[in-house]
Design a protein around this ligand. Structure first.
Ligand SMILES: Nc1ncnc2c1ncn2[C@@H]1O[C@H](COP(=O)(O)OP(=O)(O)O[C@H]2O[C@H](CO)[C@@H](O)[C@H](O)[C@H]2O)[C@@H](O)[C@H]1O
Length: 767
């Protein structure tokens, strides 16, 4: 983090988030410019990561940094034009040098201050009992008893829905209804949790008025201070009363703080001053659970964010027994449809990411049927999941320390977790809690929205005035309840997985009834093309290519490696082993979106060609039957694999020459990205992310990555595939060029992660 230090950060904070600073200054009257906006985490992070960054920064950032600095610091800054500046250039240089020296002195002073701060943190680790105030606030809504909140304990903050002057019994009742309606707060919880020899938990919360906040050290008074890495130390008190806390955890954290000086040598995080805590919440997460691309994204985007220096967690349901994970030992209760449901948390740390799995009877043994069951049952599962997930940063210590709710952004995904931004607002932020926590909602597929009758609203246990957020009218279904609609409105930022799809979503054809909401929220809406996990999906390292005659290969060895994989695939599937026949692949859900029926229409033409076709998919029973029929009718040319097999998906990607994707709509599409990185040429309907990522082949300029067709029709597919087959057979050099260009693209998540980061930052500073 050499480039973060405190100085540019302070500048950026001041210039970009005056509202935020305003509120900060309330707690720190009289703070000076250079210190007032450094939050605990940032102080710690800055301290932890660089001193020498100060001297490098102006060189590295050059003019843009200086401009910002001048803007922020105004007159008196060493870069600003001063009326008293001497005419003599030598004298002017000397004066400037003096000012630079003075500034460096000031910076050294700040560093010394921060050293003291870290020492005091270490001290507090050594004496965790002293953190009583932290302990008091470190509790969940599952333990809140707002009926005991009264008088001076009541929030007067304007951002909440209630004030002390108007707070009476009826308000208390209302607040009770709003806040804990989805959260069990009965004394059973406390008793249960104190049943392990641990101190009983408190059953009420102290809510501080702004006056109290001012009178109290703001760092100790309220956990909404953005925390990031400091949370690792300041949240120690949350651990000591948690079941399952091991001494070793504490030691780990203590030694982490002790070793902080050693971190000077570490390279700075790519995110620089933007380092934050990120929690991605998704209904599936590869490799543990996956029905499609959402699982891939949940398993890989977080790792790329972690590589940029963020503290990153994924929260997913625990559908099966995942060997790598351990029970954190914490139990909480949430109310779903009037029933108290106990949840446990399982955790593991892989590739820099904390993976937390929420365990409860509703998810167990659902690994092969994640979205199965009646509509109400799926909804109830997602309600529970979102209620539990939003509180994970409070309850689940990772590496010994909870994430805390400061400097935190949730990334929710698709309708399944679209309730999370709503809960964050309704339960917490409307009530002055999680004030600095933000949410982003990612649209992977707008076709699935969590629609139901308006009565479904009662399952989500929200205050009545929230109903309007979810109510939607459409000509087919009439007035209905729509979870995606609520999430889109409540989230601080909305992202979809390609630019093309972000445009399509705003049209009546592409928005599936949500286009008006998306257009109204255009200001917070962006498209970012997915990346791929190059560890999982690279022909060089693919673990599924190490046996059964397959082999790993790279651009250098593609001439031998890919034919070997093709032969192995033909052998494995019982097709004639022939190097010269073009092998066409299809992988995907068998449904309307993926255009399997368009392939079906083109089958008679295809079977007239000398080709082989391998299709892998699962989904609609009629389409599954169709795949079996293709195989039965053309046993020497077609294989239709009905089922979900990650191994076969990898092997098809490596062994095929061509990948077909005639999707009617495709928000991003991952298979074409995987294909290109394996030297397999995509033939795709130019829609959504497919249009963004597959530039059409131009034989005159020898450019492009594959073939595209402009409408989802069999005739168009045949035309594009015909040209592709011709090139495969007649123009080997062009084919190799296509493979080379595809394989040398940077398709990793790193680019996308940087773009996500930019939006996470805007969300963070959004008030
Ligand atoms: N039968 C099978 N066996 C094994 N593996 C199989 C399989 N069927 C599919 N897969 C795998 O599932 C993933 C599907 O990726 P897609 O991008 O096609 O996602 P999907 O349409 O599910 O997701 C949505 O989300 C993703 C992620 O944002 C978007 O790319 C996409 O456009 C959008 O529709 C790939 O990894 C693929 O290999």
């Amino acid at each position: 983090m050499a480039s973060i230090g405190s100085f540019p950060f302070t500048v950026e904070t001041k210039t970009e988030s005056s509202a935020f600073l305003h509120s900060k200054n309330q707690h720190r009257p009289g703070s000076s410019f250079t210190t007032f906006s450094l939050r605990k985490s940032q102080v710690f992070t800055a301290f932890n990561n660089s001193i020498c960054g100060f001297s490098l920064r102006s060189d590295r950032r050059g003019q843009s940094w200086r401009t910002k600095h001048v803007k922020a610091a105004g007159p008196g800054n060493f870069e600003s034009k001063n009326d008293n500046e001497p005419e003599d250039p030598l004298e002017a240089t000397i004066q400037k040098s003096k000012k630079v020296l003075a500034m460096q002195k000031e910076l050294l002073h700040q560093i010394a201050e921060r050293r003291k701060l870290v020492s005091s943190i270490k001290g507090s680790i050594a004496n965790p009992e002293e953190e009583v105030s932290n302990e008091q606030r470190e509790n969940s809504l599952s333990n809140l008893d707002l009926s005991s909140a009264s008088g001076s304990n009541v929030v007067e903050d304007q951002t909440t829905n209630f004030s002390s002057s108007s707070y009476d019994d009826s308000t208390a009742k209302e607040v009770q209804e709003i806040l804990p309606s989805g959260v069990i707060r009965d004394s059973n919880v406390g008793e249960e949790e104190s049943g392990n020899g641990l101190p009983p938990k408190r059953t009420s919360i102290n809510i501080y008025s702004p006056k109290q906040m001012k009178e109290t050290d703001s760092e100790a008074a309220w956990s909404t201070e953005p925390t990031s890495f400091l949370s690792r130390t300041s949240k120690i008190s949350c651990l000591k009363d948690e079941e399952g806390l091991k001494d070793s955890n504490l030691q780990e954290v203590t030694s982490e703080a002790t070793d902080s000086t050693a971190d000077y040598a570490k390279p700075p995080p790519l995110a620089g001053a933007n380092v934050m805590n990120v929690i991605l919440v998704a209904a599936e997460c590869a490799p543990w659970s996956k029905t499609g691309g959402l699982g891939d994204v949940a398993g890989s985007l977080p790792k790329a964010l972690a590589r940029r220096g963020h503290r990153v967690m994924v929260v997913a349901p625990r559908y099966g027994n995942y060997a790598e994970t351990h029970d954190v030992g914490i139990r909480k209760h949430y109310k779903v449809d009037g029933q108290s449901v106990e949840v446990a948390y399982f955790q593991t740390f892989i590739d820099g990411v904390d993976f937390v799995f929420i365990d409860c009877h509703m998810f167990r043994h659902m690994e092969n049927n994640i979205y199965g069951g009646k509509r109400e049952d799926i909804l109830k599962r997602m309600v529970l999941f979102c209620k539990a997930a939003v509180e994970v940063p409070w309850h689940v210590p990772c590496g010994g320390v909870c994430y805390g709710d400061g400097n935190l952004v949730f990334i929710a995904n698709d309708w399944h977790t679209a309730l999370l931004p709503v809960y964050l607002k309704a339960y917490y932020r409307d009530n002055g809690l999680m004030k600095y926590t933000r949410s982003m909602l990612v649209i992977h597929n707008i076709a699935h929205q969590g629609r139901g009758p308006v009565e479904d609203f009662f399952y989500v246990s929200l205050p009545e005035h929230y109903l309007d957020l979810f109510k939607l009218y459409d000509p087919v279904g009439g007035e209905h309840f729509n979870i995606f609609a609520g999430g889109l409105k409540a989230a601080d930022r909305v992202v979809t997985v390609s630019h093309g799809y972000s445009w399509e979503l705003k049209t009546s054809e592409g928005g599936w009834g949500l286009h008006n909401i998306i257009n109204e929220n255009d200001w917070k809406f962006s498209g970012i093309v997915n990346g791929i996990d190059t560890k999982e999906w690279s022909p060089q390292h693919d673990v599924h290519l190490t046996s059964d005659g397959y082999t790993n290969y790279s651009l250098e060895t593609i001439h031998t490696g890919k034919p070997q994989c093709k032969a192995a695939l033909q052998k494995e599937l019982g097709l004639p082993v022939r190097e010269d026949v073009p092998l066409i692949g299809f992988i995907g859900r068998l449904d309307h979106q993926k255009g399997v029926d368009i392939i079906a229409e083109a089958i008679p033409w295809m079977m007239g060609q000398d080709v082989q076709l391998v299709m892998l998919g699962t989904g609609r029973p009629d389409l599954e039957e169709m795949l079996r029929n293709f195989e039965n009718q053309h046993r020497d040319k077609v294989r239709g694999w009905v089922g979900f097999s990650v191994k076969i998906a990898h092997r098809i990607t490596a062994g095929a020459d061509i990948l077909l994707m005639p999707s009617r709509f495709e928000p991003c599409g991952l298979n074409q990205l995987y294909a290109m990185s394996y030297g397999t040429i995509p033939v795709v309907h130019a829609v959504g992310g497919l249009r963004d990522t597959v530039q059409p082949f131009d034989p005159f300029n020898e450019s492009g990555l594959g073939w595209t067709f402009d409408s989802a029709e069999a005739g168009k597919l045949i035309h594009a595939l015909g040209n592709c087959l011709l090139t495969y057979r007649e123009y080997k050099k062009s084919w190799e060029g296509l493979q080379r260009r595809g394989m040398t693209q940077d398709l990793s998540w790193d680019n996308a992660a940087q773009k996500y980061e930019e939006l996470l930052v805007t969300a963070k500073y959004q008030w």
